[in-house]
Unconditional design. Structure first.
Lengths: 241, 191
């Protein structure tokens, strides 16, 4: 709908005299157009002047008060609920003496950004090497840990060497649409950290996962990754499951 | 820019009280605006029990989500009345309210357009508002009243009056603009 058409509808919109599809279009337009928003606000003020006052029924206030008192305000949501849940599962799986703390990592934003830059550079280098050979070499080390993260959409396998270097050895996860990325999270020594921002189609990506890994989880985030994820994991691996 | 008079600032403070879950703040808002909220719902729906439900819903929604009110975008009265009108319209346009709509249509058909206007004049208490209404052409007044109090879309108004949809749209907009100007000249708050 053109701007002029929307302007022509603002009066009817202010009186709720448009149909649902027009209402949705105009609502969206008002989010970005201050001029139209001001005009609607002024029309609403005009319409409010017409309104008759009618004595309210005696019972109305009592009904309102009862309904207000009955309402239970939602408790503020906890950050990263899925990570807390995953960590709790890991603690049980490990025999449960680990105290899980969601420690805020200093400069986490910078860490995530750095992960993206490093992975971009490493991917370019790896493009020149036969990926299969690297994966086979990584998996051939008997000391390497193979972690298969599984979920409804598919699975992804990481091979983690004793020195913390790791590779994606295979993936059946679908490529993501433009603007989204897979992000890997690790619970290491009781802490949740972003391990890597893997891009929309994880390949033979090298990364580092150091320390004693209890849980790996993969989420789908907006491009660039996040510091704190609110998404449900697309795939999970538990060390002692 | 909308006005921010003392009353509006007080309203914003009252909503702040509601955000702090202060029942006395909600009670004061109800005392100030309850009559108009109920009156508008009843006028549009023409059913007292449903009007009561809508008024209850509007005030309880404010209790649950006071942050929906933005004092910089208009007065609390306008906010509450816009919510009331919108919910009333939703009710009369919903399929589940077919019976009510048919009854309302019967009432609207019984009224000729001038009678709708008469009714508005009778129930609109403020003489300055009556004066402002008198300053706009009758054809603009008719479409505004049928849309606002009749709950009709501009398309339905066009069919009802036998004029083009574009004509109804432009009459509503020009009528509201004229009223806004007229109310400004008469010192009514709507500018």
């Amino acid at each position: 709908m053109e701007h002029d058409e929307i302007i022509g509808l603002l009066g009817a919109f202010s009186l709720d005299a448009v149909d649902q599809s027009e209402r949705e279009l105009i609502d969206a337009h008002l989010e970005v157009c201050t001029m139209c928003c001001t005009e609607v606000a002024q029309f609403l003020e005009v319409a409010a002047e017409f309104v008759p006052g009618t004595p309210t029924p005696r019972s109305l206030w009592a009904r309102i008060l009862h309904s207000a008192r009955s309402y239970r305000f939602p408790v503020a949501s906890q950050p990263r609920p899925w990570l807390a849940m995953v960590a709790a599962i890991a603690i049980v799986a490990l025999g449960g003496v680990v105290v899980f703390q969601q420690r805020r990592v200093v400069n986490l934003e910078a860490t995530v950004a750095q992960q993206m830059i490093e992975i971009d550079g490493q991917n370019r280098e790896l493009d020149e090497v036969a990926p299969d050979r690297l994966a086979v070499a990584a998996m051939s080390n008997p000391s390497a840990l193979q972690a298969v993260l599984s979920g409804d959409a598919g699975s992804i396998t990481f091979v983690i060497q004793p020195d913390g270097s790791a590779l994606i050895a295979g993936s059946t996860l679908p490529p993501l649409p433009e603007g989204l990325t897979y992000q890997l999270w690790a619970v290491v020594d009781g802490e949740v950290v972003s391990a890597a921002v893997l891009g929309p189609d994880p390949r033979l990506t090298p990364l580092r996962i150091e320390g004693s890994v209890a849980v790996l989880a993969l989420t789908v985030e907006h491009r660039g990754g996040v510091v704190v994820s609110e998404q449900e994991p697309a795939a999970v691996w538990l060390a002692d499951a | 820019m909308l006005y921010l008079d003392e009353r509006t600032l007080e309203d914003a403070e009252l909503v702040g009280g509601v955000a702090d879950r202060d029942e006395s703040a909600l009670a004061e808002i109800y005392r100030r605006h309850g009559n108009q909220v109920f009156g508008l719902a009843k006028r549009v729906i023409r059913d007292e029990e449903m009007a009561r439900d809508i008024a209850q819903d509007v005030f309880v929604s404010l209790w649950k989500k006071p942050e929906a009110f933005d004092a910089s975008r208009g007065s609390l009265r306008t906010f509450l009345l816009a919510k009331t009108h919108s919910r009333s319209i939703d009710v009369i346009r919903s399929e589940s309210s077919r019976r009510i709509r048919e009854e309302r249509d019967g009432l609207l058909r019984a009224d000729s357009v001038p009678n709708v206007e008469e009714e508005v004049w009778q129930v609109t208490v403020a003489s300055k508002v009556r004066t402002a209404l008198a300053t706009i052409p009758e054809r603009e007044r008719d479409v505004i009243e049928l849309a606002y109090f009749g709950g009709l879309t501009y398309r339905e108004v066009a069919v009802r009056l036998g004029v083009a949809e574009g004509t109804v749209k432009s009459r509503i907009r020009s009528g509201l603009s004229r009223l806004q100007e007229s109310m400004g000249q008469l010192g009514i708050a709507a500018v």
